[in-house]
Design a protein around this ligand. Structure first.
Ligand SMILES: Cc1cc2nc3c(=O)[nH]c(=O)nc-3n(C[C@H](O)[C@H](O)[C@H](O)COP(=O)(O)OP(=O)(O)OC[C@H]3O[C@@H](n4cnc5c(N)ncnc54)[C@H](O)[C@@H]3O)c2cc1C
Length: 439
């Protein structure tokens, strides 16, 4: 019997575990190494901080997932791998052998080597700290966030919204550049304006130089900012395990081919934040990539086990991203365009809830998106019934029925045209009142 070792319960591995629950592999023992009881979905974290989702709505319980997949769960962290003897050593000192191994362990937070950060700041990763962190940052008297990228900005927006709604002091966001400066400058303008409007203090183009127990010292201003909770969200850094184990890496990330296999060892696979695909520009560290890589990972691992040839994964470099901006509004970024408003939040909540619903034990789809799903469902059902009725009555020759069919058809056509006109009016209003901006 061969052993497939899954390290980390990231997006791609939860997909694989779901696949295993439906299509178990014969003569293969599957083992998961994961320290967390739950896998938290970062896309819904901002909504959870704001109080829109409960903590249970944003996490996947690993105990259920492994049970359904019929796999063994080692509740531990992998700390090193020996590709020659094909063994992994865990934090608690266990040695686990493998024939085939896959890593989906995400990334860590950069900048933690700055004096004082490890001791006094909190990071979001590894993600099993979420529940403790949420309460801490919500209730801190003086909350400071360092990091003005997408994650830091989204968290600042949702935390500021929660704090305003709950009578807490405004937070301070420190960024070494403008907010979300990797995108168009009008996006930075808009998001900075929005955060300030919500009451947050922004310190832009300031770098954290030193952190003490209750202060952060900035460069170049030299300003000292007091805090009783410091959240460090300065972007991703590679996990240590690959470099420490002597595997081929790029900037610490496991170097893989487009088949998601290590460039050195065909029986080592990887997906998500923790990899770098050789001969490809670096991908953004976003959950959308492990989600897209998951089917390739699953098929290629099966192909290797069966001695078949591999399939190549070709990344898409553009993807739709929607940030929660507080008060059930969202900012959609796609192909250089930015759209802001409640409609964007509805699209985001629908997509996020759909994703988590796929992996949770019991569907926990809540109020908002279900309402919209119901409206869409009822409309489609209505159109379907209309079609059937129309076909039925037009297929008779009875003159009264024919007249009825004509009236019915005119009425339905009017309703349909009305719906299209309404849709255009809504789009028009969204463009002008929700300030959709074009590049
Ligand atoms: C606040 C915030 C909001 C975000 N919002 C979005 C968004 O809306 N859309 C989007 O696409 N991306 C978003 N991202 C980015 C996204 O979270 C990551 O890109 C994504 O989670 C990476 O997925 P992954 O499968 O690689 O790993 P992860 O989801 O990070 O999962 C890795 C798992 O492996 C475990 N692990 C780590 N080390 C080990 C080890 N040594 N042994 C065993 N297990 C280990 C971890 O505990 C974790 O459970 C956001 C990030 C943040 C911080």
């Amino acid at each position: 019997m061969k052993r497939l070792l899954l390290v980390g319960a990231g997006h791609a591995h939860v997909y694989i575990m779901k696949k295993l629950s439906k299509h178990p592999l014969t003569n293969v023992e599957v083992v998961l190494i994961s320290p967390n009881e739950n896998q938290y979905y970062s896309g819904m974290l901002a909504g959870c901080i704001e109080g829109i989702y409960s903590i249970d709505q944003i996490r996947i319980y690993i105990g259920d997932t492994v049970k359904k997949a019929g796999i063994k769960w080692v509740k531990d962290m992998a700390v090193s791998i020996d590709p020659n003897s094909q063994n992994v050593v865990t934090q608690e000192g266990q040695t686990i052998s493998y024939d085939l191994i896959s890593f989906d362990i995400g990334s860590l937070t950069s900048g933690i080597d700055l004096p004082g950060v490890l001791e006094y700041a909190d990071t979001l990763k590894p993600n099993f700290y979420f529940p403790i962190l949420i309460e801490k940052v919500r209730n801190a008297k003086k909350l400071v966030i360092v990091g003005g990228g997408v994650a830091g900005t989204e968290l600042a927006l949702s935390l500021q919204t929660w704090r305003t709604n709950n009578g807490k002091e405004p937070l301070t966001l420190i960024s070494s550049s403008r907010l979300m400066d990797k995108g168009a400058s009008y996006v930075s303008d808009r998001i900075e304006h929005l955060l300030e409007k919500k009451g947050a203090s922004l310190l832009l183009n300031q770098r954290a130089n030193k952190v003490t127990q209750d202060k952060i010292i900035l460069f170049p201003s030299g300003e000292e900012i007091e805090f009783d909770s410091l959240l460090w969200v300065t972007g991703p850094r590679a996990p240590d395990i690959f470099k420490n184990s002597g595997l081929a890496v790029d900037n610490g990330y496991l170097l893989v081919k487009d088949t998601l296999q290590s460039v050195e060892y065909p029986n080592i696979f990887g997906a998500g934040d923790c990899i770098k695909i050789s001969n490809q520009p670096p991908l953004s560290k976003a959950g959308v990539y492990p989600v897209r890589q998951a089917p390739y990972l699953w098929k290629n691992m099966k192909r290797l086990l069966n001695g078949n040839s591999m399939r190549s994964y070709q990344p898409h470099f553009s993807f739709l991203s929607i940030l929660a901006t507080g008060n059930r509004e969202g900012l959609m970024l796609y192909l250089g365009l930015a759209f802001h408003g409640r409609l964007m939040w509805l699209i985001k909540t629908f997509m996020d809830r759909r994703f988590i619903w796929l992996y949770q034990k019991a569907p926990k789809v809540g109020s908002e998106s279900t309402k919209w799903l119901k409206v869409i469902g009822i409309t489609l059902m209505g159109l379907f019934l209309w079609g059937i009725t129309f076909l039925f009555i037009t297929s008779t020759y009875h003159p009264v029925m024919t007249l009825f069919a004509q009236l019915f058809s005119s009425l339905m056509n009017t309703i349909l045209i009305g719906m299209f006109v309404l849709l255009f009016i809504i789009l028009f209003l969204v463009i002008f009142f929700e300030r959709i901006r074009f590049k």
